[in-house]
Structure formats: C-alpha cells, structure tokens
Design a protein around this ligand. Structure first.
Ligand SMILES: NC(=O)c1ccc[n+]([C@@H]2O[C@H](COP(=O)([O-])OP(=O)(O)OC[C@H]3O[C@@H](n4cnc5c(N)ncnc54)[C@H](O)[C@@H]3O)[C@@H](O)[C@H]2O)c1
Length: 314
C-alpha cells in the first residue's frame, strides 16, 4: 500500500514494541516518514529500521507532547500501553497512568499539532466480558473484567468526546489476541510467544485451567494491515479486528507442540481470577468500512512465529 496524505508522516507511540515495530516497517515500506515515541520499557527484540526516527520519552510526559507538537505528524498510531491484564490488577494506578493519562496526553498533543487523524489500539478481548454473541459484534454491551479493560474502554470514550467535539477524527481498533514474530516470550502475557519460547528451550508449555477457554488469535501482519487501513481512512468510532474464530488455549498449545516436535505433556496451572471464558470478534464492520479481512490462517501464523523464535534462539 502506498502512503496516502494521512500516512505520509506518522507518529507511532509504542513503536519499539511488538505490534509497533511491524507497523513502523510497513509504514516506511509504503513510503511514509515515521517518528517513534517510546520509553523502551518493553521494547521488542526486533530492531527498528534505521530510517525511523526515535524519541525516547514517556507518552504521559511533556517531552512526548512537545515531540508531537514540533514534528507535526499527519496521523498518529497510538500503541504505547501497559499491556498486561494481570499486571493491571497488581498495579492499577500504573495501568491507568500509562493507558488513560498517557492516551489523553497524546490526544491533547495531536490537537495542539493540528493532527486530526488518530488510530488507537483497543482490545476486543478485554472489553466484552462474558459476551452473549460469539463472534461478538461492536454493539455488544461492554463489560470489562479488569483494570486494563476498563482503561481501554475509558480511552474509547475520550476518542468519542474529541471526535464529536470536532477536534479529532479518531478510531479505536479492538484487536483480538495478537501473536507473531517479535512478541515477548518471557513475560506473563502472550500464550503463543510464551509457549514458543518454552518449547524451543526444551521446557513444557503451560496451560492455565483446563485449556477450554477460547481466544481469537489474530496474526500481527493482519493487525498491521488494519492499522494502515485505519490511518489512511476517515472512519471513526470503534471497530473489531479479529478472525471471528474461537481457538481453545489447550488446542493452541497442542498445535504448537506438534509444530515444535515436542512429545511431552503441557504443565497445568490454575486459571487466574476474572479470565474471560470465550472470545471471538465479528469483524464484518472492518470489512465493510475499512476493506479489512484477516489473511493468515492460524496454522500458517503459528508456523511463522515458531520459525522466527527458532531464528532468534540460534
Ligand atoms: N498484543 C496483543 O495481543 C494486544 C491485544 C489487544 C490490544 N493490544 C494493544 O496493542 C498495543 C500494542 O501492544 P503490543 O503487544 O505491541 O505491546 P508491547 O508491550 O510489545 O509494546 C508496547 C510498547 O509501548 C512502550 N511503552 C509502554 N509504556 C510506555 C510509556 N508510558 N511511554 C512510552 N512508551 C511506552 C513499550 O516500551 C513498548 O515498546 C497496546 O496498546 C496493547 O494494549 C495488544
């Protein structure tokens, strides 16, 4: 996709992270200029392309606002966040500081810079709770089950306020469970990355609970395509970005074991409180309004991910 007027000069907050590095690569490949704003607290092991400019700054602080004001982007992709659901329970004030105040700060800077187009990463997995409809459309009542989900919902309300006030054209993309090369396999979130990391280290992967809980696993390349389509469009509101397919965690881990040639049994751990039982996102609106559809099958995406982790280990 070639850079449009809106994607010609893009600030990517959290651009050094998992989804960020892939998004920056795609924006640069499309001919755009990119300024990454990231304080590197959770940077991906994938290196940023050298042609990306980098401002090391906390998105909640004045330095980041000043960088946006002076660089004058044509659009902002806001990905910087505290992304751990469990961590949001342990550190809810930190979560709100980064995810809510950090976002409000970036939106304020966008308005000061005269940049109307803002696309923000939200979470389909964390907003719908025990959804009545699966795959779940955007008009399902939201009932977040964690401080992280509450912060993402709050962000969406801010985007709505500033858009209705005529100051921004802001879009929230409600991603499914994103996986792929570059995700941190050493933390506590991201079952594909964690399991790949463990399998390649020769340790048993872990299944929490009985493994019957389902998620909508969406390949990072498809997420990046949605980010670029979102940045280049004038669509506002909130849109799901997922495959519409439910995959059980137990099934997923066993697929990875088979791909890695691991013959042992996974370890079992208790399910953390508040875990959503089932999740899959209806992305009809993304197809209709952005022309977005997922392109990578789960088996293909898992194989690519495992291969990239293997390269990293060697
Ligand atoms: N990975 C998923 O499955 C998933 C699902 C739904 C939504 N999201 C959202 O997508 C976005 C990107 O997620 P990711 O998986 O790439 O996460 P990530 O942790 O890999 O990347 C986040 C980046 O933001 C940076 N960052 C964090 N706090 C910051 C701050 N205060 N100031 C500046 N930089 C800061 C980190 O250093 C990191 O580089 C996040 O908003 C996340 O909530 C991710």
């Amino acid at each position: 996709m070639a850079a449009s007027t809106q994607t010609a000069r893009v600030v990517v907050t959290g651009g050094a992270g998992f989804i960020g590095v892939h998004s920056v690569e795609a924006l640069l490949a499309a001919g755009g200029e990119v300024l990454v704003i990231d304080d590197l607290r959770h940077a991906s092991y994938r290196r940023l392309p050298e042609s990306a400019r980098v401002e090391v700054a906390d998105v909640a602080e004045a330095q980041a606002r000043e960088a946006i004001r002076t660089w004058k982007p044509t659009a902002i992709l806001h990905l910087a966040a505290q992304g751990g659901v469990n961590r949001s329970w342990r550190e809810p004030a930190e979560d709100a500081h980064i995810n809510v105040l950090g976002t409000v700060s970036v939106l304020t800077a966008a308005m000061a810079a005269g940049c109307r187009r803002v696309v923000v990463a939200s979470s389909g997995g964390a907003l719908y709770g025990a959804a009545r409809r699966l795959p779940t459309p955007e008009d399902e009542p939201t009932q977040p089950r964690s401080p992280y989900g509450t912060a993402k919902l709050s962000i969406e309300h801010y985007l709505g306020h500033f858009t209705r006030a005529g100051s921004l054209d802001a879009l929230a993309l409600r991603y499914g469970n994103v996986y792929g090369p570059g995700q941190d396999g050493t933390g506590e979130a991201g079952v594909v990355a964690i399991s790949s990391h463990r399998l390649l280290a020769g340790t048993a992967p872990v299944i929490r609970g009985d493994g019957s809980q389902t998620r909508d696993f969406t390949y990072v390349g498809d997420i990046v395509a949605a980010n670029l389509l979102g940045l280049g469009s004038s669509v506002t509101g909130a849109i799901n970005i997922g495959t519409g397919r439910e995959t059980g965690i137990g099934d997923l881990v066993r697929r990875l074991c088979a791909l890695a040639g691991y013959a042992g049994e996974p370890e079992l751990e208790p399910l953390p409180p508040g875990e959503v039982a089932r999740s899959a996102l209806d992305s009809s609106l993304a197809a209709e309004r952005l022309g977005w559809r997922p392109g990578v099958t789960l088996d293909d995406g898992l194989a690519r991910t495992l291969e990239s982790f293997r390269d990293q280990v060697q």
